[in-house]
Write a protein that binds this ligand. Structure first.
Ligand code: GLA
Length: 391
């Protein structure tokens, strides 16, 4: 995912964020600089899980599984304890992406992915797979021709044809190997990730995959996954910004076309990297409704809620102001209330992380304070956690 929304910060919120940032900065100026200040006991203490908390998974048992993305090292220590207390579903944040599994053609590195699978099994949790095909975090060897040249740059039509064939064969072998290894352990699979891009020709992301094979890579990947995994596997097309009508409708058109051709797609994965203001909860539900009407399942696959809207590069400062945490709680509460009411539209909600001590957003699009999840950096429940579990 490369952005969180297409909307500008409303002036009122912008002013309060600037004001909050200024306050934090001023408080920093009046005392010793942060660098010299002794670490507060809270900051230096090893985070510990609160014993008496309700469990998200239990609270939502009637509705859908609740999950979190994790790295292999989070299968130990306090994060592991929090995961065990709170979720019944996991996905590898990075360990099952193509660059992690197959650094060279025909050679696989399963160890990190296996650790996550083992942890899930030991703790009775389900797993999602993310992701068989993507344009990022994919090793170069896929796209090199027999002579080592860049397939996407080839202009000779006969060679382009041969390259397409070779790439689809490689993809078929890759998908078959990975699905065969994990088909007993993992039910829901992201087969392709982020293939729609309304700004690119035909609304299809101009990735190496698309430049070399057209939509052939999507067909090959889904068919190979079904063939290797059997009818029980649930196969998803995953993307961000699926609430945006232009993107949603292009995705809908593609999926409909592929289904008509017999491509085995079971559902749409909605990443749902949202922020404090956008998109509206209605637009998230509306999109799931549209795919549901096509006979498809929906999953929320990468949920988090940034404190900042798209294009806002400000920083709230070291401590997130209470009013922002409150706003986040209200919005998380509103989202989950709508998901409960519409539970027949979806079969799971996966967070992209478990606590604010580990989130991709603290370095993207700039390094700054972020707090997009339900637990804070010390693994303590935030107001948003209460908003989601008190119902
Ligand atoms: C996208 C991908 C994820 C992850 C996030 C950032 O949403 O689908 O795998 O890389 O970006 O963490």
């Amino acid at each position: 995912m490369t952005y969180n929304g297409r909307h500008r910060l409303p002036a009122r919120l912008a002013r309060s964020l600037v004001f909050a940032a200024a306050l934090v900065w001023l408080s920093g100026c009046s005392g010793p600089g942060a660098a010299e200040a002794p670490a507060s006991p809270a900051a230096s203490a090893e985070p510990a899980v609160q014993a008496e908390l309700p469990s998200l998974a239990a609270a939502y048992a009637y509705y859908f599984p609740i999950g979190a993305a994790i790295e292999p090292d989070q299968t130990e220590g306090p994060s592991a304890e929090l995961l065990k207390q709170q979720v019944n579903w996991l996905v590898a944040e990075n360990a099952m992406k193509p660059d992690a599994l197959a650094p060279a053609e025909g050679s696989f590195t399963w160890e990190r992915a296996d650790r996550i699978v083992a942890f899930a099994k030991e703790n009775g949790m389900e797993l999602r797979f993310h992701t068989l095909v993507w344009h990022n975090q994919t090793p170069e060897w896929f796209f090199r021709d027999e002579a080592g040249g860049d397939m996407a740059e080839e202009t000779d039509p006969a060679k382009r044809q041969a390259n397409k064939k070779l790439l689809l064969e490689r993809l078929d072998r890759y998908v078959t190997a990975v699905v065969s290894r994990y088909k007993e352990d993992i039910t829901s699979w992201d087969v392709v990730n982020e293939v729609i891009e309304p700004g690119d020709p035909e609304g299809m992301r101009a990735s190496n995959w698309y430049k070399i094979t057209g939509t052939g890579f999507i067909e090959t990947a889904f068919k190979a996954a079904r063939k290797a995994g059997g009818p029980e596997l649930k196969l998803y097309i995953n993307d961000y910004g699926t609430d945006n009508p232009e993107k949603r409708d292009r995705l809908y058109e593609l999926v409909k076309e592929l289904l008509e051709k017999g491509v085995p797609i079971d559902g749409v994965g909605h990443q749902t990297h949202i922020n404090l203001e956008y998109p509206s909860v209605e637009s998230i539900i509306e999109s799931m409704d549209k795919f549901h009407a096509l006979g498809l399942d929906n999953q929320i696959t990468e949920l988090d809620m940034s404190l900042y809207v798209y294009n806002d590069l400000s920083d709230v400062g070291a401590e997130v102001p209470a009013d922002i945490l409150q706003r986040q709680a209200e919005r998380y509460g509103e989202l989950f209330a709508a998901l409960r009411v519409n539970k027949e539209l979806l079969s799971g909600v996966m967070f992209w992380g478990i606590a604010d001590n580990h989130t991709w957003l603290s370095t993207f699009p700039v390094v700054r304070t972020e707090a997009p999840l339900l637990f804070d950096k010390q693994l303590l429940a935030k107001p948003a956690f209460r908003a989601v579990t008190d119902f």
